[in-house]
Design a protein around this ligand. Structure first.
Ligand code: NAD
Length: 298
């Protein structure tokens, strides 16, 4: 049994903490929201009075927070001063690379073993222990990081040193956003040209246009039974979350002078999707904006 401190028990963290508790580990939970904390306790965690209280004496500290500012604050207020020497301190939130590297440097200086480990997979995967973790940490720490993430994971992969997990996550999601828009545009054009869109999915899936967005997560209802397009674009990966990740990608691109014009276009399109009021809908719903069929998103 391992003693985990878990800070941030929202949509993702709540499911992850429940999985750890169900695997027989001690989970000391902390969240600003009393409701989130109560749900975690109902799922087997122990309530802590504060984040500082939760991290004291824990072997592993996991944070699952909305953004870099929250992670920075929790590290300054609790993790850096309160975590036991040599503890693994693992941030699973999706945040900017600069903040990830900053807190990792501070944690190392405080005698802790930091890792950034953002996830791929949504709320369902979090609750089922089926997440993919992309890890940035010292090579020597990876075996221990992998072992403590394992109960919550389908896959744990090391991307490199501090910040590399966040870098891999935002590059992946920028690619995903761009490829989804490509799939939506191609389907929209196919329809306009009188092709049967389902037939087009079959053809492109066996041709050089094949990509995950089209073949495994098709935005056109029908071809992929499990895709959110078949349930009114409910569930799945919210457009607002995609927008957040695309903004992080553009910020990162600006910081290193990388040229990412399609990433910028993708951010603009998902900002529009969000502005139209569909931020909570799955990101593949963008196809209905391109088709002018907002009625299919209602
Ligand atoms: P959420 O808003 O549901 O949960 C965040 C929790 O953090 C909330 O319960 C909030 O009260 C708590 N919190 C905020 N500040 C705090 C503080 N200072 N101390 C303690 N608790 C604090 O968010 P989420 O959907 O669970 O996402 C968490 C992270 O996971 C984000 O970085 C997000 O980008 C990433 N992510 C989310 C998904 C998804 O599908 N929801 C998928 C992959 C990655």
């Amino acid at each position: 049994m391992t003693c985990y401190a878990f800070i941030g028990l929202g949509n993702m963290g709540g499911g992850m903490a429940a999985v750890l508790a169900a695997a027989g580990h001690e989970v000391r939970a902390s969240d600003l929201s009393a409701d989130a904390l109560a749900r975690a306790v109902a799922a087997g965690a122990t309530s802590s009075a504060s984040a500082l209280d939760a991290v004291s004496g824990a072997e592993v500290v996991i944070t699952m927070l909305p953004a870099g500012t929250h992670v920075h604050e929790v590290y300054q207020q609790a993790v850096l001063a309160g975590a036991a020497r040599n503890a693994l301190v693992i941030d699973c939130s999706t945040i900017d690379v600069d903040t990830a590297r900053l807190v990792a440097g501070q944690a190392t200086a405080a005698g802790l073993r930091p890792a950034d480990a953002p996830v791929s997979g949504g709320v369902t995967a979090a609750a089922a222990g089926g997440l993919t973790f992309m890890v940035g940490c010292a090579e020597d720490d990876f075996a221990d990081v992998e072992a403590v993430l394992r109960p919550m994971a389908k896959t744990v992969v090391r991307a490199g040193d501090a910040g590399a997990g966040q870098a891999a996550k935002i590059c992946n999601n920028m690619l995903l956003g761009i490829s989804m828009i490509g799939a939506c545009e191609a389907l929209s054009l196919a329809e306009g040209l009188g092709l049967d869109p389902e037939r087009f999915v079959e053809i492109a899936s066996a041709s050089s246009g094949q990509c995950w967005s089209l073949t495994s997560y098709c935005p056109w209802p029908g071809p992929v039974a499990a895709a959110p397009s078949n349930r009114g674009y409910e569930g799945g990966f919210a457009g607002a979350m995609m927008l957040k990740d695309l903004k992080l990608a553009q910020g990162a691109a600006a910081s290193v002078g990388a040229s990412t014009p399609l990433g910028a276009q993708a951010e603009a399109l998902y900002a529009l999707f969000d502005r139209l009021g569909y931020g909570e809908k799955d990101f593949s719903g963008l196809i209905q904006v391109l088709r002018g069929r907002l009625d299919l998103l209602a």
